[in-house]
Design a binder for this molecule. Structure first.
Ligand code: 8YV
Length: 311
């Protein structure tokens, strides 16, 4: 009997592992559950979820025997935690294994934004170099004052990478963590006026929706904003306005509010580097995430302590 559904776009080797380890049924998305036989749905105890579509009461009620949602990813904002708790469903995530990749990408995007890497590549490809056209100078990245929005595990990995660049590092968190060499601010708005750039690493969800809006962007002035967290954290309309009006120098975004749709206005702006949510997208890290997701499922089935439940 099928007790595990693997929902999402998995790699072939991940599908093999789900099938051989748990005899799982693989579905491309949550909507595909509607076509399942009701008797099969009733037998499902575990969902291995990989996706960003909302997984809420409606989907949970369709699986009355569900006990575990093993999420592929550290961010679990797509899964309704209150609805899961009310139904006795446990949620596990894949933290830590992706910290380095996400922080590496944040630094890559920050330097690319400061130095105008995308624009310079386009200049060369257009033939402007050979034609002797002028190319605007970039901004020196080393030594800038950078504010990290959210000093969790990924924020810390970003800070560790910024330090060797001689940056003055600021951060926001609920409370001052007393981190040596870094200055704490209670809000992004307060931090923005003291830094050149912002790097957003904070968790998504209702509590951080539009956390960065007109006020923070106005306080930041002509710097860069980098987002490797969730698109929902930044008010995209406010961001478009600040960029169009030249109040902000540029943005580098790995995440958007309505993925997989990227905001068309942001995509059209020359000073925005847009990526399709690739923070954890390396062979090594995705393998580690998949392995941790399966370790959570195996522990659940064995009645053993779960390696990484939602704290
Ligand atoms: C996604 C992520 O999980 O871990 C997270 O929170 O956003 C990513 O690693 C990945 O894109 C799979 O959906």
């Amino acid at each position: 009997m099928t007790h595990t559904l693997a929902i999402g776009h998995y790699e072939p080797e991940e599908i093999d592992a789900f099938q051989s380890q748990f005899a799982a049924l693989v579905l491309p998305d949550l909507a595909a559950m509607a076509a399942l036989d009701p008797a099969l749905r009733e037998g499902v105890r575990i969902v291995a979820y990989k996706g960003h579509e909302p997984f809420g009461p409606l989907q949970m009620d369709g699986l009355p025997g569900l006990g575990l949602i093993a999420n592929y990813g550290v961010g679990h904002d797509a899964i309704d935690g209150d609805a899961a708790r009310a139904r006795g469903i446990t949620i596990t995530i894949t933290p830590d294994v992706l910290n380095e990749d996400v922080a590496d990408l944040a630094l890559c995007m920050w330097i690319a934004a400061c130095r105008g890497v995308m624009g310079a590549a386009a200049y060369l490809h257009r033939g402007d170099w050979v034609a002797g056209q002028p190319l605007a100078l970039g901004t020196k990245a080393s030594g800038r004052k950078v504010g990290i929005v959210g000093m969790g595990r990924i924020g810390r990995a970003v800070a560790d990478r910024l330090a060797p660049f001689g940056c003055e590092i600021h951060y926001t968190a609920r409370a001052d963590k007393g981190v040596a060499g870094m200055r704490w601010h209670a809000t992004p708005r307060a931090m923005a006026q003291d830094v050149d750039d912002l790097i957003v690493t904070i968790v998504g969800g209702e509590q951080t929706r539009n956390l960065i809006g007109h006020d923070t962007l106005a306080a930041l002035g002509p710097g860069y904003i980098i987002n490797v967290a969730r698109g929902s954290v930044i008010d995209e309309d406010a961001l478009v306005a600040a960029l169009k009006e030249g109040r902000l120098a540029g943005a580098a975004l790995d995440v958007f509010a309505h993925e997989p749709q990227a905001n068309a206005q942001l995509l059209a702006l020359p000073n925005v580097l847009s990526l399709p949510h690739i923070g954890s997208a390396t062979v090594q890290t995705r393998a580690a995430m998949a392995s941790l997701q399966r370790a959570n499922i195996a522990a659940f089935l064995a009645g053993a302590p779960l390696p990484s439940p939602v704290p």
